[in-house]
Design a binder for this molecule. Structure first.
Ligand code: ZN
Length: 265
């Protein structure tokens, strides 16, 4: 059976790059087809109807024509441009973190609608948070929630309840953590070939809470000491970077907005 020449998709733009004189290649995560690279002809012309449709963090409804190498955008309609997220640099940086992780953890043409739903819900929560970059309290928890859930959806969720080596239940304040070993360890099982870090009980409890909370909208507002928040940030970021096998580009952007927020506070 031959495939139809055109098809439809709804997807979130993860990134875009210029192509040719005025074209754009956009990488999206779509509900129907997973990660998809599409060609938007003339989208960089100021007069183009597609202008702005492929900015990162824009949810678009597309009609696509199959092409020899890339499928081409026939029609596009913005469903949600997330203006609240794009209203300040700190939120944009966090939105780009989401896009970078989806890009990194998703294989082409393998669709998981849960990934898109998780991204859209987290973007909505980030957009609704006042002063996400002010460095205060629980502002990065939605992002950490996203980290753990995308690890879960990709099959890389770290163990948080037992020692990954011997299976022993963890005893309070006697645990370690190694992303490269697959999660928590007891003090008797410290592998030599992976980076092991201490893990405080409060940080472990926050990680468990993030893992078992049903949706990002249901995250409780936690007041936790800045040191615990920093530890959870570092644990999640380390784990994500370990599995992606590279540093996150969006992290330096987030760090910069945190410094700026402190400076102007
Ligand atoms: Zn052990």
């Amino acid at each position: 059976m031959t495939q139809p020449r055109t098809y439809r998709a709804v997807g979130l733009t993860l990134r875009k790059s210029p192509a040719g004189e005025a074209d754009v290649i956009s990488s999206l995560y779509t509900r129907e087809h997973g990660k998809l690279d599409v060609l938007a002809r003339g989208a960089r012309r100021l007069t183009s109807k597609l202008m702005g449709h492929f900015e990162p963090l824009t949810l678009v409804r597309l009609s696509l024509a199959r092409g020899r190498t890339l499928d081409t955008v026939a029609e596009a309609e913005v469903v949600n441009a997330f203006p609240d997220v794009k209203a300040d640099y700190a939120s944009v940086a966090r939105g780009l973190h989401i896009a970078e992780l989806i890009d990194g953890f998703s294989a082409s043409s393998s669709a998981n609608p849960q990934v898109l739903d998780l991204a859209l819900q987290t973007l909505r929560v980030i957009g609704s948070q006042p002063g996400v970059g002010d460095g205060g309290g629980a502002s990065d928890l939605p992002l950490r929630y996203f980290d753990l859930q995308i690890l879960q959806l990709s099959g890389f969720m770290p163990e948080l309840y037992q020692c990954v080596e011997c299976g022993a239940e963890l005893e309070p304040e006697r645990h370690r953590y190694a992303a490269g070993a697959g999660g928590t360890l007891c003090p008797d099982c410290i592998p030599e070939d992976v980076a092991v870090r201490p893990l405080s009980l409060p940080a472990l409890k926050v990680m468990r809470l993030l893992h078992r909370t049903e949706s990002v909208e249901q995250l409780p507002r936690l007041s936790m000491p800045p040191a615990v928040h920093a530890e959870v940030n570092a644990l999640a970021t380390d784990t994500v970077q370990y599995w992606l096998d590279r540093q996150l580009r969006s992290q330096s952007f987030i760090d910069a907005t945190n410094i700026d927020a402190t400076k102007f506070a």
